[in-house]
Design a protein around this ligand. Structure first.
Ligand code: 13P
Length: 251
């Protein structure tokens, strides 16, 4: 059984004090969740959040991670630094990083590989643009992204990480994929994993949906067989809404 995982990607929002206040509000609301509950604050907030979540069931994720342990990489953060603060997950290859910060399939692969071998669990993001969706080549496109991101991994490694399918046109637009569209694309991703790593690995790998998931549409999305959770942007900044999504994923 794949345990549902709900992760909040706070993106570039909230100061350390605001971040602390949000998790303090969130903690009692999600204490009975039967899914994994993860928050991914901006790097500068991680220390404050790490302290605030002690003794709760909220887990910590980063929004990015580098592929080396240390060195001359201005502005980057290593797995070792994150692990010292109790970080368990790291988002890798978010479309905003690909679009605005030159992230490529190759750097996504390097980051994910190093994160995993260092002891972090990467949440690898893939997803198509509106142009690709309208051209009808979504499954091909995301399958290529997945194969590239997982290049050099073992099946055992693949089933220990998390994939997030986030159609770019659904991110921050209020326009979510229909539950059927999301499920179908996630199934295509699972089939690609099956082809490369075998059926069992594909069955065990958790694949989230992300893109305008909120307290209202979460139950329809979470009811789909292939959707194993959500990567939540805007709605993760409101404790009430994020807790509602976690409750839905706990069923
Ligand atoms: P929204 O939920 O704001 O659409 O963002 C989704 C996302 O990009 C999560 O990583």
């Amino acid at each position: 059984m794949r345990k549902h995982i709900i992760a909040g990607n706070w993106k570039m929002n909230l100061t350390p004090n605001e971040a602390k206040a949000l998790v303090e509000e969130l903690a009692p609301k999600v204490q009975n969740s039967n899914c994994e509950v993860v928050v991914c604050p901006p790097a500068i907030d991680i220390q404050a959040v790490s302290e605030a979540i002690k003794g709760t069931n909220i887990q910590l994720g980063a929004q990015n991670v580098h592929w080396k342990e240390n060195g001359a990489f201005t502005g980057e953060i290593s797995a070792k630094m994150l692990l010292e603060l109790g970080v368990k997950y790291a988002i890798v290859g978010h479309s905003e990083r690909r679009q605005y910060f030159g992230e490529t399939d190759e750097t996504v692969n390097q980051r994910a590989k190093y994160a995993l071998t260092s002891g972090l669990i990467p949440i690898i993001c893939v997803g198509e643009s509106l142009e690709i969706r309208e051209a009808g080549t979504t499954n091909d496109f995301v399958s290529k992204q997945i194969v590239a991101a997982l290049n050099g991994f073992s099946g055992q490694q693949v089933q220990s990480l998390v994939i997030a399918y986030e159609p770019i046109w659904a991110i921050g637009t209020g326009k979510t994929a229909t539950s059927q569209e999301a499920n179908d694309t996630i199934l295509a991703i699972r089939n690609t994993i099956a082809k490369v790593f075998g059926k069992e690995t594909a069955q065990n790998t958790r694949i989230q949906y992300g893109g305008s998931m909120n307290a209202k549409n979460a139950s329809e999305l979470m009811a789909m067989e292939n959707i194993d959770g959500g990567l939540i942007g805007g709605a993760s900044l409101k404790a009430e809404d994020f807790a509602t999504i976690c409750a839905v994923a706990s069923k």
